[in-house]
Design a protein around this ligand. Structure first.
Ligand code: ARG
Length: 255
């Protein structure tokens, strides 16, 4: 009998503990109306990456922090594959995405975008010894792109015409490894990010002559009640010079 009571007590304790654990995730919004959950794909310096201690750093990270401060939220950041970001907004698992994400019309069908905060272009980069100078020279070559990006779609559209093969990877930093180990000949990526790799790793590259991509913006779930306040905070940060300061700190050497 005693054993049975003990057993029941343990059961109650265990289920109480379990309830606490799962409650944290599901009531995070309630307990802290004040938490702003952001998702990113931290493989994209100077916009988002990790420092040596494993902290998130970069332009998007500081911009998100400034917006959260402005609106009185505590910012929580979650890292995932770029290809999963839109889905996590659609499932309303996060409130905002800052990931150097271009505000395309196609994505706008599934998520809301804030006003733009940065404009970039696209570049094809390669090792110095290859030194590809234009699309014609990519015939028969392997061009690497990150899955789910506008570069994936862009490369796919050019592949037939210029006779190259497209290789897709989940993580943008893997593109650099692939390039260094000759598993791809060229990486096709955002120009600001490419400029960083040209500086730091001695790659060379040429601008994509075919596209002009839409600017980067903050993505939110469709119909989010936060879109307006995020836009207001962004406007304020533009007006008071914070945005320029962040651009100066993170992006100026790449432009
Ligand atoms: N701007 C491009 C896009 O929206 C690439 C963004 C990739 N971002 C990242 N954090 N890996 O598709």
């Amino acid at each position: 009998m005693k054993k049975a009571i003990l057993g029941i007590l343990i059961l109650i304790l265990v289920s109480l503990l379990a309830a606490c654990g799962s409650g944290e995730a599901s009531t995070a919004g309630k307990k802290g109306e004040n938490v702003l959950k952001m998702a990113t794909s931290a493989d994209f310096p100077p916009f988002e990456s990790y420092d040596e201690e494993g902290n998130f750093i970069g332009f998007d990270v500081e911009l998100a922090q400034a917006i959260a401060d402005e609106l009185g939220y505590e910012l929580k950041i979650e890292d995932m594959d770029f290809d999963g970001l839109i889905g996590s907004l659609q499932a309303k698992r996060v409130d905002i995405v800052l990931a150097g994400m271009s505000a395309t019309e196609e994505r706008s069908e599934n998520v809301d975008f804030s006003n733009e905060y940065h404009r970039s272009g696209e570049m094809f980069i390669s090792k110095v010894e290859d030194d590809f100078k234009n699309l014609e020279e990519l015939k028969g070559k392997v061009v690497g792109v990150q899955l789910g990006t506008i570069q994936e779609e862009g490369a796919q559209n050019l592949a037939d015409e210029y006779g190259f093969e497209v290789k897709k990877v989940d993580d943008a930093s893997i593109l650099i490894q692939e390039l260094n180990s000759n598993r791809i000949d060229v990486a096709y990526m955002d120009k600001t990010v490419a400029a960083g790799y040209i500086n730091s790793q001695g790659f060379v590259g040429f601008d994509d002559p075919t596209t002009s991509s839409p600017g980067m913006a903050i993505a939110l779930p469709k119909g989010s009640d936060k879109t307006e306040e995020v836009n207001e905070a962004l406007k304020k940060l533009k007006e008071d010079g914070t945005l320029d300061k962040l651009k100066e700190k993170w992006l100026s050497e790449y432009e």
